[in-house]
Design a protein around this ligand. Structure first.
Ligand SMILES: NC(=O)c1ccc[n+]([C@@H]2O[C@H](COP(=O)([O-])OP(=O)(O)OC[C@H]3O[C@@H](n4cnc5c(N)ncnc54)[C@H](OP(=O)(O)O)[C@@H]3O)[C@@H](O)[C@H]2O)c1
Length: 497
């Protein structure tokens, strides 16, 4: 791997502490960092190099997934770390940064390959990119890469504006957009695993009747009120993670598997998603917000009673959607997606429902979190449902990988220059294009906001969305009651139409 300098904006923040340092350390242990490597951490607070290194050490001791077993090795790792104060708007700080980067490159005899990792709020992306450009930090005689994390814009227009600004400093091949779902081993491999499983099981005579993609969680808004109340489930999860899951699932069907074509195929998939007109959104989308309820035996407050949330907030904490792909293979298969907070369980999974003449349903279940597994559930006439693990071999293959954190995989890929599992601009733009009419409908209050009790699976309307087509969400435990008695009693409708 080529030598590189890792310039980390937001080095004193939570993401760096919980994810980035442990990921880099894991790569170091596994000998997957460049042999010549320098990291320069940036933040507003004053820290000496020693204090910075000691803070990083603390984060490794707390968050490293394999633990710190070799104290000497860790010290060696930490010797690569330096710290400098940088306020994103202060141009002179970038000059100082350039000086420090060059000094380190000279003293370590490093080729000036520079990776700029922006672990800061998205409101700073444009300013930092412009200052990297102006200060000369981006003009050295090596490669330069910019790593940013979603959100990439707030809507279609702002995403385009952001991209234009970033392109003034970095071209598309130099921009690495992290959607950490794309770093999950199961997501990367699910298309291929699915293919292997299907051929083994002779599913050729069966037809895919529906696809369900769920990413549900029991947590509420927690400490993120300021951000979340302006984003909602649609921007926080749907536009990026959920549509990426859809792209990664369908990428291999019926038989497309060239890794180097991933970006192209994902673009095709997004282009063939049937658009939804804003006036027709109510036929395809269910919007919800959690009310009070009970999660795992504990009473929890409703969204509007959460700290930092306005008592009349119209923000969505749940979305269920019915999508269709205009493509010969998928055209008759509805794809249902849902994601939400304060639901009955934490799970990210995909259920593919098959039908064939004369027999009842078969399910293929891809669990992405908290466990990673592929399994099948067959239901044959006159027989009990049986769970049969069909992916023992595949699972074995993925177990070791499964322990890896997405950040380890993605940071490594960025260091070696492999963009396969990063979000390309075209996909991001096409996702925003598809989502924009939904945002408009939300904004114009054309869609009811259903208040659902915490601890359920969202509004009843989410079930009705599938029932209309003769389907239901698989594996929801319908016997869950909370202090509302049954689902639905507390629903309110507040919309214009
Ligand atoms: N935390 C997570 O698990 C997570 C997960 C996914 C995505 N993200 C995204 O990652 C980014 C960082 O999140 P975070 O949780 O690490 O935030 P955070 O804990 O609030 O840290 C923010 C970092 O930005 C620095 N910063 C803030 N304002 C600055 C300024 N004007 N000039 C220079 N530096 C400034 C802070 O430095 P000082 O405090 O020293 O000023 C700190 O290092 C956000 O965009 C977030 O959406 C976070």
């Amino acid at each position: 791997m080529e030598p590189a300098t890792f310039v980390l904006f937001g080095a004193t923040g939570d993401l760096a502490k919980r994810k980035i340092y442990p990921a880099l350390y894991q790569l170091f242990i596994e000998d997957k960092l460049p042999s010549s490597f320098s990291l320069i951490g940036l933040g507003r607070r004053e820290l000496s190099d020693e204090t910075f290194q000691s803070n990083v050490e603390q984060s490794l001791l707390t968050f490293s997934r394999s633990g710190v077993k070799d104290a000497e090795g860790m010290k060696k790792f930490l010797r690569a770390f330096r710290y400098q104060v940088l306020e994103v708007n202060r141009k002179e700080d970038y000059k100082k940064l350039l000086q420090m980067v060059e000094e380190r490159e000279q003293s370590l005899n490093l080729v000036p390959n520079r990776m700029f990792y922006l672990s800061v709020g998205p409101e700073f992306f444009e300013t930092i990119a412009a200052n990297i450009h102006e200060s000369g930090l981006g003009s050295a005689n090596g490669w330069k890469r910019l790593v940013i994390e979603k959100p990439f814009g707030h809507d279609l227009l702002s995403a385009r504006q952001l991209n234009l600004k970033l392109n003034q400093a970095f071209n598309e091949t130099e921009i690495y957009r992290i959607d950490h779902y794309l770093g999950k081993p199961m997501v990367q491999q699910m298309g291929q695993l699915l293919h292997a499983s299907l051929s083994e099981l002779d599913f050729s005579s069966r037809k895919i009747a529906s696809v369900q993609i769920s990413a549900i969680e029991t947590l509420g808004v927690e400490e993120r009120a300021g951000y979340y109340d302006h984003a909602g489930a649609i921007r926080d999860m749907f536009q990026n993670h959920m549509l990426q899951l859809l792209m990664m699932l369908t990428i291999e069907f019926p038989n497309r598997s060239k890794v180097d074509e991933v970006g192209k195929i994902k673009r095709q998939i997004m282009k063939s998603l049937v658009p939804i007109n804003k006036m027709d959104v109510h036929n395809h989308i269910v919007r919800g917000q959690y009310g009070s309820g009970v999660i795992k035996g504990e009473k929890v407050v409703g969204y509007r009673d959460e700290s930092g949330i306005a008592s009349d907030s119209q923000n969505d904490t749940f979305i269920a959607a019915r999508l269709q792909i205009k493509d010969p293979f998928w055209k008759d298969t509805p794809i249902y997606i849902r994601t939400g907070k304060r639901l009955n369980e934490k799970a990210t999974k995909i259920v593919i429902e098959f039908t064939s003449e004369g027999s009842s349903k078969d399910l293929l279940i891809i669990e992405i979190g908290p466990n990673e597994a592929i399994s099948i559930q067959r239901s044959e006439a006159g027989k009990e449902l049986s769970n049969e693990d069909i992916a023992a071999r595949s699972q074995l293959n993925t177990l070791e990988e499964g322990a890896k954190d997405a950040y380890e995989i993605l940071i490594h890929d960025a260091l070696v220059g492999d963009k396969t599992y990063f979000a390309h601009w075209d996909e991001v733009e096409l996702s925003w294009e598809w989502v924009q009419p939904l945002l408009d409908a939300y904004q114009e209050n054309l869609l009811p906001l259903h208040i659902y009790p915490s601890g359920t699976y969202g509004p009843d309307e989410s079930d009705k969305l599938l029932a209309r087509d003769g389907f239901h969400w698989w594996f929801d435990s319908k016997n869950e009651l909370n202090n509302y008695g049954t689902k639905g009693e507390s629903y309110t409708y507040e919309y214009n139409t």
